[in-house]
Design a protein around this ligand. Structure first.
Ligand SMILES: Cc1cc2nc3c(=O)[nH]c(=O)nc-3n(C[C@H](O)[C@H](O)[C@H](O)COP(=O)(O)O)c2cc1C
Length: 204
């Protein structure tokens, strides 16, 4: 079946896209408002897009009032944020933090989470997160209703127990987001397959 997005409602196209491009990692973003309130919210239009320098992207939509979400407002104003990665024990707190809190109320407090100071940027990280990426805003780009944020990762925080020899990350299993609005997956079911060189392809 072919589906031409021009012939369908925005909501249907969103549902289609977010049920096909799966699983998506979740950036659980801490940012600081101009008034100094720590904001926390999850975003699954998220990925890593560069390693030297290290870049990530997050795409943030508008809220029900058609305005920028607090996270986008804070990042554009302060130029800084932290991406915390969501492992299963943090799921309920992550889900709670997605509710439409007013900007003067911190989702971190509502979710009874402690913050831990960042090293380079002002927004703190989620203390219980097994991994957090301190980011500075590299660039932003309006994409229709969304604001694409390109962040440069300036500091990694990784729980000691996850780091093996030669910075090899072991046993890290963040959850993934599947179809919107509320399907998720675990990432423990893995398999490894060595890469094949061009020479090996020709010698088969
Ligand atoms: C798992 C998950 C992923 C989400 N991904 C996105 C996303 O990629 N972009 C977006 O605009 N909203 C996304 N949302 C909705 C925001 O988290 C929600 O609108 C939140 O209230 C925004 O908070 P803020 O206004 O404090 O920034 C997601 C929600 C959940 C639960």
């Amino acid at each position: 079946m072919q589906i031409d997005p021009r012939l369908h409602a925005k909501a249907d196209n969103y549902k289609l896209l977010t049920n096909l491009v799966i699983p998506r990692p979740i950036a659980w973003i801490t940012s600081l408002s101009d008034a100094g309130i720590v904001n926390l919210a999850p975003f699954s239009f998220f990925n890593a897009v560069g390693a030297d320098p290290i870049y990530i992207v997050v795409s943030i939509g508008i809220n029900e009032q058609g305005k920028l979400k607090d996270t986008a407002k804070n990042i554009l104003s302060s130029g800084e944020f932290v991406v915390n990665l969501v492992t299963e024990e943090l799921f309920d707190a992550m889900n709670l933090s997605a509710a439409d809190f007013p900007p003067e109320e911190s989702e971190l407090e509502a979710a009874r989470l402690d913050s831990a100071p960042s090293v380079i940027v002002k927004p703190p990280r989620v203390a219980a997160a097994q991994a957090s990426l301190e980011c500075t805003l590299h660039a932003s780009q309006k994409l229709g209703d969304n604001t694409l944020i390109i962040g440069e990762v300036v500091m990694f925080h990784v729980a000691d127990h996850l780091i093996g020899p030669k910075m090899h990350v072991e046993h890290f299993a963040p959850i993934g987001r599947l179809g919107s609005p509320s399907a998720y997956c675990r990432t423990q079911d893995r398999f490894n397959v060595p890469r094949i060189s061009y020479a090996q392809v020709n010698n088969r």
